[in-house]
Write a protein that binds this ligand. Structure first.
Ligand SMILES: [Zn+2]
Length: 70
Protein backbone atom coordinates (compact mmCIF):
# COMPACT_ATOMS: atom_id res chain seq x y z
CA UNK A 1 0.00 0.00 0.00
CA UNK A 2 2.90 2.33 0.61
CA UNK A 3 4.01 2.18 -3.02
CA UNK A 4 0.46 2.98 -4.18
CA UNK A 5 0.37 6.01 -1.88
CA UNK A 6 3.74 7.15 -3.20
CA UNK A 7 2.49 6.87 -6.78
CA UNK A 8 -0.61 8.93 -5.99
CA UNK A 9 1.55 11.54 -4.27
CA UNK A 10 3.93 11.64 -7.25
CA UNK A 11 0.94 12.07 -9.57
CA UNK A 12 -0.36 15.00 -7.54
CA UNK A 13 3.06 16.66 -7.50
CA UNK A 14 3.39 16.18 -11.27
CA UNK A 15 -0.09 17.66 -11.82
CA UNK A 16 0.68 20.72 -9.68
CA UNK A 17 3.97 21.17 -11.54
CA UNK A 18 2.19 21.02 -14.92
CA UNK A 19 -0.47 23.52 -13.79
CA UNK A 20 2.19 25.92 -12.54
CA UNK A 21 4.11 25.58 -15.81
CA UNK A 22 1.02 26.40 -17.89
CA UNK A 23 0.17 29.30 -15.58
CA UNK A 24 3.67 30.75 -16.04
CA UNK A 25 3.40 30.47 -19.87
CA UNK A 26 0.04 32.28 -19.75
CA UNK A 27 1.58 35.15 -17.78
CA UNK A 28 4.55 35.52 -20.15
CA UNK A 29 2.15 35.53 -23.12
CA UNK A 30 0.05 38.25 -21.51
CA UNK A 31 3.18 40.34 -20.89
CA UNK A 32 4.28 40.15 -24.52
CA UNK A 33 0.86 41.29 -25.74
CA UNK A 34 0.86 44.68 -24.03
CA UNK A 35 -0.71 47.16 -26.47
CA UNK A 36 1.77 49.92 -25.56
CA UNK A 37 4.57 48.13 -27.43
CA UNK A 38 2.67 48.27 -30.72
CA UNK A 39 1.32 51.78 -30.51
CA UNK A 40 0.79 53.14 -34.03
CA UNK A 41 3.09 55.97 -35.09
CA UNK A 42 1.66 58.98 -36.85
CA UNK A 43 3.46 61.75 -38.71
CA UNK A 44 3.10 65.28 -37.36
CA UNK A 45 1.40 67.56 -39.90
CA UNK A 46 3.70 70.47 -38.94
CA UNK A 47 7.26 69.18 -38.66
CA UNK A 48 6.91 65.68 -40.12
CA UNK A 49 8.19 63.94 -37.00
CA UNK A 50 6.84 60.45 -36.29
CA UNK A 51 5.24 60.26 -32.85
CA UNK A 52 2.82 57.92 -31.06
CA UNK A 53 -0.61 58.87 -32.38
CA UNK A 54 -1.89 59.47 -28.86
CA UNK A 55 0.66 62.24 -28.21
CA UNK A 56 -0.50 64.22 -31.25
CA UNK A 57 -3.27 66.78 -30.92
CA UNK A 58 -6.67 66.45 -32.61
CA UNK A 59 -5.35 68.42 -35.60
CA UNK A 60 -2.50 65.92 -36.06
CA UNK A 61 0.32 68.14 -34.78
CA UNK A 62 2.88 67.54 -32.03
CA UNK A 63 3.07 69.72 -28.93
CA UNK A 64 5.79 72.01 -30.29
CA UNK A 65 3.96 72.66 -33.58
CA UNK A 66 0.74 73.32 -31.67
CA UNK A 67 2.54 75.97 -29.61
CA UNK A 68 4.11 77.66 -32.68
CA UNK A 69 0.75 77.77 -34.39
CA UNK A 70 -1.05 79.82 -31.76
ZN1 LIG B 1 5.46 68.79 -35.13
Amino acid sequence: MNIFRLLVLAGIVWLVYKILQRWRIDISRRDSQTPDRFEPMTRCAGCGLYLPSQSLSSSGRCGACEKNRS
